[in-house]
Design a protein around this ligand. Structure first.
Ligand SMILES: Nc1ncnc2c1ncn2[C@@H]1O[C@H](COP(=O)(O)OP(=O)(O)OP(=O)(O)O)[C@@H](O)[C@H]1O
Ligand SMILES: [Mg+2]
Length: 598
């Protein structure tokens, strides 16, 4: 850059200097030439006029030839001019010595007749001046012709003329000196211009070099680069503006970075998974949730979606890129269900520049939906069984086919039992939903759990005994009080005792014990020697409508709501309930209640 700048400055300086010197030279030489020639003409005119009276005397014969010749020769020496004396006929009467030899083109001598065009004007009384080539000399001459006037006795008559010719050579020599001086001046000016151009180009190009280097550094990402402001001229202003631009640029870029990292962490911490691709389907962004849901084998960034995602997601992203409209898909993975929604990212010209795919874990929602469906079908099923029985027996009774009063009575009993079963089912369902709603909080008070157990068992004992099952209690003295709600505690005991009775055959035993388990609270254990619960069913017995024996839907069987209600009651007491069971041997339910504060 400095080279070009240097060249430009150098050429500009040279052109300006050369033009100025050329104009000056032409003007000066013309001026001086004119000055010298005018001076010479004036000098010749003055001398001519001075000599004209002497030559007048000579022409009139009043002055002799030798004296006159002596005078004009002297004049020739003093003014370096050839002198001719011409009479009124144009005839040369006398010439100075230099005119006879030397520089004259021909031998100028007395008696030479000058052509009329050279003498006409002067012989008419006019002083004639002329510069240039003369036919009588070999070099350019300054010539002046002065008329010789006879003024004797009041007359005014031109009787001849004096011609004075001086060579121009003197002027030319002086002009040559002027030219030499101008050439030297030009050379000095050119050298100075060169030095000045080097200095100026350095003064301008050094800061420009710095600014260029700083701009390149900025382009590479170093926004802290600044340049030194060394002057207050335009280059200095440029450096200051550059620094200001750097400040603004780094401020803007910092702000952008902050904004970007905010958006980045926002996307990263989203509860939904996000996968973004460019228009070729290459993955450009993946957030934490997406990695968790998709379980990529390798880092997907920079790879094509088809390589890193199996099926669904890759397929819909591909379709979105092709068709430009949103697509969705549901993906089932081991134990989760993911809903993928892919949409196109469009630029301002509505061209697709990529896609963004949002992944939602809908396992929970699906489970809920499934539960709702199961619930509806379970309830309908549970309702249908007693209703079918009621309708069947009712029809049998009303169409008169059954006449035997005993059988009729039996049918009436079944209808009543099934109606009661329906009532119980609806009551239990409502109770369970109330307990599960979280809206109810039990009023807890210190309770003597032993007393509650005793009175409950006492009430149920007749029914238990009818089935041929023995009940044994082990309730030690000094059992601490628990925090409980008596009615709910009774309900809980009935559910568990009812199960124990129901799933134990005649001859079996039910054992109810209470124990102090220290800080944990008070433990109630209800053990039976019944049929037990298969291991694989144990985790599910707490679910609504869950029954181990699925075929047991006939009249008189349970609804499968008991243990679901039991668990809710225990939870509302902030206690725990667990089961231990061995198939064919029996089952134990253990409930721990927190102690009442003493
Ligand atoms: N003591 C027990 N011995 C053996 N199996 C039991 C025992 N208690 C519960 N079960 C099993 O757990 C299932 C669920 O019991 P749950 O009390 O919830 O329903 P249910 O007894 O069938 O009906 P109900 O709502 O009338 O009580 C029962 O169907 C039964 O298979
Ligand atoms: Mg039950």
């Amino acid at each position: 850059m400095s080279k070009t700048l240097f060249k430009k400055l150098m050429v500009t300086h040279l052109v300006v200097i050369l033009i100025s010197i050329a104009v000056l030279g032409v003007f000066l030489s013309q001026l001086m030439k004119n000055y010298f020639l005018n001076t010479k003409e004036d000098e010749l005119t003055t001398k001519g006029q001075e000599i004209s009276s002497i030559t007048a005397q000579y022409l009139k014969g009043e002055l002799n030839e030798d004296t006159t010749r002596y005078i004009i020769n002297s004049l020739e020496r003093f003014v370096d001019a050839r002198v001719w004396v011409v009479d009124k006929n144009g005839l040369i009467r006398m010439v100075s010595r230099g005119s006879q030899c030397g520089r004259g083109r021909m031998m100028m001598r007395q008696g030479f007749q000058l052509p009329p065009e050279e003498t006409n004007r002067v012989l008419n009384g006019e002083t004639v001046k002329q510069v240039g080539e003369s036919p009588h000399f070999t070099e350019p001459m300054v010539s002046v012709a002065v008329p010789i006037v006879d003024r004797a006795a009041g007359r005014h008559e031109v009787i001849g003329a004096v011609f004075l010719h001086a060579p121009v050579t003197g002027v030319t020599v002086t002009l040559q000196k002027v030219y030499t001086f101008l050439i030297i001046a030009t050379l000095v000016a050119v050298i100075l211009a060169g030095l000045l151009a080097v200095y100026l180009s350095k003064a301008i190009s050094n800061p420009l070099h710095q600014i260029t280097a700083a701009a390149l550094a900025m382009a590479k990402g170093d926004y802290q680069t600044r340049v030194k402001v060394q002057s207050s001229d335009e280059v200095g202003e440029l450096a200051a503006s550059f620094n200001y631009m750097g400040d603004k640029l780094s401020e803007t870029i910092d702000a952008l970075h902050q904004e970007k990292s905010k958006i980045e962490s926002l996307i990263m911490s989203l509860g939904e998974g996000v996968i973004a691709t460019d228009r070729t389907g290459t993955v450009v962004r993946v957030n934490t949730m997406a990695r968790k849901l998709m379980q990529f084998a390798e880092d997907p960034i920079g790879r094509n979606i088809k390589e890193c995602c199996s099926g669904g997601v890759a397929e819909i992203i591909q379709k979105v890129l092709e068709e430009g409209i949103g697509k969705s898909a549901t993906l089932k993975k081991e134990n989760i269900t993911v809903l993928a929604l892919a949409s196109p990212i469009k630029d301002s010209r509505e061209n697709i520049s990529g896609t963004v795919c949002v992944l939602q874990d809908i396992s929970e929602a699906e489970k809920l939906e499934q539960m709702r469906k199961d619930f509806v079908s379970d309830v309908s099923h549970e309702l249908r069984t007693p209703l079918t029985a009621i309708r069947g027996y009712n029809e049998a009774l009303s169409d008169g086919t059954v006449e035997d009063p005993e059988i009729r009575q039996k049918y009436h009993n079944i209808i009543r039992e099934e109606t009661q079963r329906l009532e119980r089912l609806i009551h239990d369902l409502l109770d369970l939903s109330r307990l599960q709603s979280g809206k109810i909080s039990l009023e807890l008070e210190p309770l003597d759990v032993g007393a509650v157990i005793r009175s409950t068992v006492e009430k149920l004992e007749p029914q238990i005994n009818i089935k041929g099952i023995a009940v044994e209690l082990d309730i030690p003295q000094n059992i601490p009080y628990i925090m409980g709600n008596e009615d709910r505690l009774v309900q809980l005991l009935i559910i568990l005792l009812d199960n124990a009775v129901r799933y134990t055959d005649a001859g079996g035993k039910i054992f109810v014990s209470v124990g102090d388990v220290g800080l944990k609270g008070v433990e109630i254990a209800i053990t039976d020697t019944g049929k037990g619960i298969p291991k694989e069913d144990i985790p599910f017995i707490w679910e609504r409508f869950y029954k181990v024996d699925k075929s047991r839907t006939r009249t008189g069987a349970g609804t499968g709501l008991g243990l679901a209600i039991a668990r809710q009651i225990v939870e509302l007491h902030h206690g725990t309930i667990e089961v231990e069971s061995e198939l064919g041997r029996g089952t134990t339910f253990k409930i721990v209640f927190p102690l009442a504060e003493s």
